[in-house]
Ligand binder design. Structure first.
Ligand code: BJW
Length: 247
């Protein structure tokens, strides 16, 4: 590969990184919308909406249990590691925020610290009843619920994975923190995301309007490409370390 010029990020800069399924693809975790992706094989409306869960909670749990099991066998890759290096480079003087749409927790396993999981975490479970206090008390859960829907100990309602489905809002506190960071960052770097799902797909506009240098690293040109000032096409594990001068 032609040697890339490194991004001139200074330790005192403010950087917001947005990651999507593409960053974990080389760890062996399927993306959603590519050929062979999850939403090609499975019906998103049946498996990733509150309506789908109400209709067939066991089928939804089987889908998430299979993914829990598969993700546990995967390891963070060079792109996850590069973001850990960037965060530690900026730790003393700068500001670094990692916003991930991924539910796989690979960033945490790699060692990233300042991270917001806007679509939740597949290894957490919570009550599905908004009137129960269990709704607000997600807990760590690596169990596989293949044969039976787990029930809330407080109200008896079905428990659900603590992820954000279509039609559900992002946690307003998380979204507030993201919006604040987007308005004051020097760099907005998106990695491995198709720019299809909102509100994340709109973050580049907010950052760009506020004057940030907007950079995209992706295997293919996504829907919202026009909003990025720079686009580097290729695998995240090669492009990101090269752009950060870590290769
Ligand atoms: C590589 C690579 C490599 C591969 N290296 N690159 C405005 C306009 C239109 C619609 C809406 C709107 N606002 C809201 C909506 C509705 C909806 C939405 O966006 N729909 C669109 C699909 C049209 N949004 C929502 O419903 C959101 N909620 C919301 O807005 O609430 C508002 C509200 C307020 C008040 C009350 C009620 C509601 C919630 C969205 C939740 C998304 N959930 C999922 C599932 C999470 C749990 C789970 O994992 O099962 O999140 S869907 C799925 O898509 C998952 C992902 O995080 C998300 C984004 O996908 P991502 O990461 O971009 O993956 P892909 O597969 O699409 O792309 C991967 C890319 O990587 C590809 O481009 C590859 O080329 C690339 N790649 N290998 C680099 N090695």
């Amino acid at each position: 590969m032609k040697r890339l010029k490194t991004l001139p990020i200074h330790p005192g800069d403010s950087v917001v990184v947005l990651t999507g399924a593409g960053i974990s693809a080389e760890s062996g975790i399927p993306t959603f919308r590519e050929k062979g992706g999850l939403w090609e094989k499975y019906d998103a409306y049946k498996l990733a909406t509150p309506e789908g869960f109400k209709t067939d909670p066991l089928r939804v749990w089987q889908f998430y249990s299979e993914r829990r099991e598969a993700i546990q066998k995967c390891e963070p890759n060079a792109a996850h590691q590069a973001l850990v290096s960037l965060e530690s480079y900026m730790a003393k003087k700068g500001e670094f925020l990692l916003v991930t749409q991924n539910v796989d927790a690979l960033h945490q396993r790699a060692g990233s610290k300042n991270i917001l999981e806007i679509h939740g975490n597949i290894f957490r479970t919570r009550c599905s009843n908004p009137d129960c206090e269990g709704w607000y008390q997600p807990f760590e859960d690596t169990d596989l619920h293949m044969d039976e829907v787990p029930k809330c100990k407080i109200c008896g309602a079905p428990l659900r994975p603590d992820v954000v489905w279509f039609g559900e809002p992002i946690d307003p506190m998380l979204e507030f923190r993201v919006q604040q960071a987007l308005r004051s960052c020097d760099y907005f770097i998106a990695i491995g995301t198709s720019g299809t799902v909102y509100p994340a797909a709109g973050y580049v506009q907010t950052a760009g309007d506020a004057g940030a240098r907007t950079v995209l690293i992706n295997a293919e040109a996504p829907h919202n490409i026009a909003f990025f000032k720079e686009f580097y096409q290729g695998p995240a594990t090669k492009i990101l370390p090269a752009l950060l001068g870590l290769d």
